[in-house]
Design a protein around this ligand. Sequence first.
Ligand code: ZN
Length: 323
Amino acid sequence: MPEPIVGLHHVTAIASDPQRNLDFYTELLGLRLVKRTVNFDDPGTYHFYFGDDAGSPGTLLTFFAWPHASRGNCGIGETSATAFSVAHESLDYWEKRLLSAGIPVEKSAERFGKRVLAFADPDGMKLEVIGDTVGDPAKPVRQSEVPAEHGIHGFFGVTLCEGGFDLTAQVLEKMGYAQSESDGNRYRFTSTATTAATGDGLASYIDVLVQTQLTYGRMGSGSVHHIAFRVTDDAEQLAWREALKELKLNITPVLDRTYFHSIYFREPGGVLFEIATDVPGFATDESADTLGEALKLPAWLESRRSVIENLVPPITLHYQKAL
Ligand code: ZN
């Protein structure tokens, strides 16, 4: 068996208005736009990648921005919440920051001993900040209005909304997760590689929330399209592809996503899983200092650049002005 999966690589969701999406994640949440590209399967629409200053795996929230997407309806077989990790002492800062921006915030009871703030992005995507980390983020976003000590470190994890539990648990356990806690219908799985690999548990939690009363969700704006787990390189990815075949999962061949290589499969509960490599990363087609400032296209779309630039709506990265 390959080494246990350390945690999430990225989460990909659907937005409607690209400018509104950009403003929310860069200005309000203080993330960096680390790649401005198009959806490779639909090159007339944007694909944005937000993350820490370096675009590190485990910090990457990405969006397909489809201006005419109708609102999704979250249900079984979907990721129902995406949680960011911040310092425990920063929860009050975030509550104030979100409220003063007019974003309703729900302060839930502590979840497994950690404070949680729940809110939604402009498309209704459910987000959380969870007080879990110590110190400043490893790569704080330089352009951010959010002081480094309060900055988002990366993902805490995600919550999967499921109609059952056993089959999803079997896949997570095969991938190197172990059930660490449970409370009512919420079952927490934690990467068994966490302590050794990252030291702080960043992006290493998957909660399975069993909600048998719900129906299947409908994808649309505000929905999470898929979640991606990280592996170091191509060899480890291929080893996982072989190992997971034993569970009779239908796994795609390796796809080149320019900034990482990917395989995909649907876990038995219905959530689309991806396994993505840490390499080559985001500084492959632009310098680390200028990530996200220009529209980047893969080589096979470069010949259509002028057409694509006319198709995608103009956008402004406001924090660029402050530099
Ligand atoms: Zn992906």
